[in-house]
Design a protein around this ligand. Structure first.
Ligand code: AQP
Length: 334
């Protein structure tokens, strides 16, 4: 049976990239009648330093962001990772299955570690095998992610296959990455070659789901672009990453194809296009930020929802972890 799992790190405020690459699509999947499990991956977040009080706050805020984006905790399972210990337990077993050579090829680690790889945490390096555990502990079949996470889902497939092979079982299914839509990689507003990221030091590089209308409009107005008007075909955006990014954002927010956006604005300058994009972004994001504010007013209710989600997640994960422990040869006498 198809089952969807995906997660987001509560390592900062949610961005437009998280919304278009993940949240918006998470909500659509839930409406397709497939079981959907969505997780705030707090154990992943601490692979880089997080202030404890802020981490708790960000986890609740991210939960509010999920619900404000249309994820309904009655129809989807919504919880934070650390409340279901099966993730960490399977993560350890998969650390013993994954090979160093595989981890060395992960581009996200290289990007995040930069030149300072000696000084980052061991957890940051092992991140992809914990992510494999997140997915496999539910026997999830489909993983909706942004384009940047495709490599990690492919690694998960390799880890699942090696586990099955090493233990001579047909136990873990190979999950499929689901990457679709006009904005599978939203780029920074300051640099069209870098992805929009919640941990970018420049707040002007991203739109946060909590930004108010004026802030959104101002960030779009100041977004880096070139001086050319929009071309009449997508081909004309090939070497213009900043322009291409704004067109993609417009397409994803409006539900149009990027081609249709270019046709509509062909020959127009950014003096026309940016205000139109700002209006659209404000219209789509304001209701989300208002709803987040409303939900955040009751943190106890958010905690209750996450606890209930964790109970439902645990009921699926625990038997799969137990079976894994049996396969691996662990004595289980209680
Ligand atoms: N810019 C993006 N465009 C499209 N999708 C994106 N996602 C993230 N950024 C973009 C998708 O959001 C989901 C959650 O990602 P994450 O929070 O687990 O980690 P990340 O990919 O590392 O995201 P950030 O915002 O860049 O976080 P930090 O700064 O903490 O590393 C994933 O499905 C991802 O594809």
């Amino acid at each position: 049976t198809p089952r969807i799992f995906s997660g987001i790190q509560p390592s900062g405020g949610l961005t437009l990239g998280n919304y278009l690459g993940a949240l918006k699509r998470f909500a659509e999947k839930q409406d397709e009648g497939i079981q959907t499990i969505y997780c705030l991956v707090d154990l992943h977040a601490i692979t880089v330093w997080q202030d404890p009080e802020r981490l708790r706050q960000q986890t609740r805020e991210a939960a509010a962001g999920f619900m404000a984006s249309g994820i309904d905790p009655a129809r989807s399972i919504l919880f934070n990772q650390s409340q279901v210990s099966a993730h960490a337990e399977l993560g350890w077993i998969l650390n013993c299955v994954a090979r160093l050579g595989w981890m060395n090829r992960m581009t996200q680690f290289k990007d995040k570690a930069g030149k300072n790889a000696e000084h980052v945490s061991l957890g940051l390096y092992a991140y992809p095998s914990l992510m494999a555990a997140d997915i496999l502990v539910y026997h999830a079949t489909h993983v909706p992610v942004g384009d940047d996470q495709k490599q990690h889902v492919e690694l998960t497939r390799d880890i699942a296959a090696k586990f099955n092979h090493d233990y001579g079982v047909d136990f873990f299914p190979a999950p499929e990455p689901v990457i679709e839509g006009a904005a599978t990689r939203v780029m920074s507003l300051r640099d069209g070659t870098k992805k929009m990221s919640k941990s970018d030091p420049s707040d002007a590089s991203r739109i946060n789901l909590t930004d108010d209308a004026d802030t959104i409009a101002q960030k779009i107005r100041k977004a880096r672009t070139d001086a050319e008007p929009l071309p009449d075909t997508l081909e004309g955006l090939k070497d213009r990453p900043e322009a291409r990014n704004l067109v993609n954002i417009y397409a994803a927010l409006s539900g149009m194809t990027a081609e249709a956006v270019v046709t509509e604005f062909a020959g127009q300058g950014f003096g026309t296009f940016k205000p139109a994009l700002a209006d659209l972004a404000v219209a789509k994001l304001s209701p989300i930020s208002l709803e987040m504010t409303r939900l955040m007013a009751d943190p106890a209710e958010i905690d209750r929802i996450l606890g209930e989600g964790a109970d439902r997640a645990e009921a699926i994960a625990r038997p799969i972890l137990d079976r894994t422990l049996d396969i691996v040869g662990m004595v289980r006498s209680r």
